[in-house]
Design a protein around this ligand. Sequence first.
Ligand SMILES: C[S@@+](CC[C@H](N)C(=O)[O-])C[C@H]1O[C@@H](n2cnc3c(N)ncnc32)[C@H](O)[C@@H]1O
Length: 393
Amino acid sequence: MAFRMQQQANLPVPSPEALAHSQALVGHLCQLIDAAGGWISFADYMRAALYAPGLGYYSGGATKFGAAGDFITAPEISPLFGQSLAQTVAAVLTEVPDGIVLELGAGTGKLAVQVLGELARLGRLPAQYCILDLSAELRERQRAAIATALPQLLDRVSWLDALPERWEGMLIANEVLDAVPCQLVHRDAAGTLFERGVSVGAQGFVFSDRPLADPALLASASQLPADYTSEFQPEAAALIASCAAGLDRGAMLWLDYGFPAREFYHPQRSEGTLMGHYRHHSVHDPFWLPGLTDLTCHVDFSAIYQAGATAGLALEGYVSQGQYLLDCGILEGLEQHTLNSSPQEHALALNAVQKLLSPAEMGELFKVIAFSRGLAGQTLLPGFRSADRSGAL
Ligand SMILES: C[S@@+](CC[C@H](N)C(=O)[O-])C[C@H]1O[C@@H](n2cnc3c(N)ncnc32)[C@H](O)[C@@H]1O
């Protein structure tokens, strides 16, 4: 089935090939909904829209990252992002010298290149840098990026199909949690809670509410104000638990946009944080061009903290991205990086770092949380030595 594409002001029109791709995914989603009796949860919709093999946004061929794509992530903005993260990784590998680095959701591979390059410079290379990504298409881009930038290190990099059963070392994940399927809950003006799912209407996909029955979701949503819609991400908590389950010794570093629960479920945030990203436009309709539009929600870092604590991990810290990068020495890195640069190159590099640090851009909205298990814990990890906000979780 192909739905008519609703014209939306200011949004670029996709090519005929891209539109055909999107319509193939629409057909797949319709089959899913039909097979489920006319209704699927929003999490099931989002999972298929992002990860259906060969069709989903991340598993199909969409450009996704960078100027020609739909959004820009921190490693795409400046190499100093990964160089800074490498300071935390190096400190953990100093304590766990045989540990691996495990990167989840490695995108274009730029972060891997930046981290590996800096670890090589610091003399702290891990025996293995393992990447686990749900998208087979991205794996090929990651391999090509590493082969081009660091061919001498390619044999240390491996791609996993599942989390290792047992592992030691350091896990890094930038903007992965926001791409984990979320459940939608709506509380109406009378106070009744509904699970907001997806059905097929005459013009396309539509939201469709059912009384909320899932006991875990009911408990999580019990405090929502009336006339309010928001997201819950039990799958993100489950991901933290799975990563923690195999971790014998080391740390995990998760970076993303989001807030503690008190801010996330603030009465004024009555429409939640679900958002589409299409060709550098924020799209409020989550059904806009499935397969060509990224879908994300902000991260409830209190839930992430709870998941880590329940899994027996120690909290190493929770800080804003700006504070994290400053504490990792990004400004010193910038100085080194631009020593022999022209004034124009210097201005560009400075501008990029400014984007990562500024509270008006990524510095405040993005947060960094770190957990550990079995570290001596005598010194705080680089990135977490100042401005800790754990008390807000
Ligand atoms: C927004 S992109 C971020 C990519 C990259 N980390 C960056 O900063 O540019 C999200 C990535 O997470 C991956 N992903 C989402 N859920 C995942 C999971 N459970 N395990 C591994 N990768 C996942 C996606 O395939 C995609 O590569």
